[in-house]
Design a protein around this ligand. Structure first.
Ligand code: F0G
Length: 349
């Protein structure tokens, strides 16, 4: 049997009808994995939602399956997005699947190598701007208004509808919502989608309670923490290098209503969490994803969770997206001649 499309698994909660073509690559149903070593260090149960296990390696696929299916249903000729990388990879793949053209607009030099490779291999038009994500988004919004192309950024409500399903899966796996959810925040669509998902599931009586939502931005790109746009956002976590989040107000409302908060973590904290996940838990995520874990560890150290809390950290994207960051901070290679004695000496001497 082949994988059930996300749309079919939660059809009753999604805006699709009998006439909607289902464009699927087998997204969703991602693993929920205990993090025993980091839990011990934090003094609270930390669990990871592995969104890098989606077809293109990020959570974007949950929203893209709906957005591209609806674009096809609506007769769009093409899809377009601005992106820090993952949205462009996902849009390119789902557009290819649907037989639609895709155009992606990205900040030049600031998108991780794996993401660029994905957009290119799926045949998207890739336009690299001499400016950041925020400028790219305002340009594609204007293009989508003037032409018959569907905007598939998270401003598109269908993206948000699809991304809600991660909250449904977490409730199904745990038997109810967790006590808290830690999540990286960039353009602020995903944290907004999780909140809508948790509330919709509770309202449908498929879960009993709601979690507190803690969103984390990178210190150099933290407009929601600082309360003002950031003109030149900068962070090692390029996926969340965003100074004017399109869904900022909605996300702030969601976090406040949940009893949670938004906070910023430094690039050093992000990289420390990124290494700890890889070395201590065998989990390879991209730097932006590690911001959620950096934030959870910081919050735990400050006594910000209850002893019996279950805290889910959303690992939004796969580590292979950004091989450069992985290799740069690592121990590196040890070169040697192809002789048994040399290898033996290196390993055991
Ligand atoms: N984590 C990863 C790996 C991302 O790619 C993004 C966003 C986020 C977290 C933040 O999610 O924007 O909904 O708050 N990436 C977008 C992109 C901006 O273009 O791929 P958000």
């Amino acid at each position: 049997m082949t994988s059930t499309p996300l749309i079919e698994r939660y059809r009753d909660l999604l805006p699709v009808g009998d006439a909607t073509p289902v464009v699927s690559l087998g997204e969703g149903d991602t693993p929920l994995v205990e993090m025993p070593r980091l839990s011990e260090r934090a003094g609270v149960r930390l669990v990871a939602k592995i969104e890098g296990a989606n077809p293109t390696g990020s959570f974007k696929d949950r929203g893209m399956t709906i957005a591209v299916s609806k674009a096809l249903e609506g007769g769009a000729e093409a899809v377009i997005c601005a992106s820090t990388g993952n949205t462009s990879a996902s849009a390119a793949a789902y557009a290819a699947r649907a037989g639609l053209r895709a155009a992606v607009v990205v900040p030049e030099g600031k998108i991780a190598a794996g993401k660029l490779a994905q957009a290119l291999v799926h045949g998207a038009r890739v336009l690299a701007l001499d400016d950041g994500f925020d400028a790219a988004l305002s340009i594609v919004r204007a293009i989508a208004e003037r032409h018959n192309v569907s905007l598939v950024n998270s401003l598109n409500e269908f993206r948000i509808d699809g991304q809600r399903t991660a909250a449904y899966e977490i409730c199904d796996a745990l038997g109810d919502a967790p006590d808290a959810l830690c999540i990286p925040v960039g353009n602020a669509g995903n944290v907004s989608a999780y909140w809508l998902g948790f509330t919709a599931y509770r309202d449908a009586e498929r879960s009993a309670r709601l979690p507190r939502l803690y969103g984390f931005q990178a210190e150099g790109a933290a407009p929601l923490v600082g309360g003002a746009p950031v003109e030149r956002p900068e962070t090692v976590a390029t996926a969340i290098r965003i100074g004017k989040p399109a869904r900022g107000q909605q996300a702030l409302g969601a976090m406040a209503e949940s009893g949670g908060a938004v906070d910023a973590v430094s690039d050093q904290e992000i990289l420390d969490a990124y290494r700890a996940l890889a070395v201590e838990e065998g989990l390879f995520c991209e730097p932006a994803s590690a911001a959620a874990v950096a934030g959870a560890l910081r919050r735990a150290a400050a006594g910000g969770f209850g002893d019996d809390d279950t805290v889910v950290c959303v690992l939004t994207g796969h580590g292979l997206k950004d091989p450069d960051t992985a290799i740069e901070g690592s121990a590196g290679l040890q070169r040697m001649p192809a002789r048994l004695e040399a290898v033996e000496e290196a390993l055991f001497a």
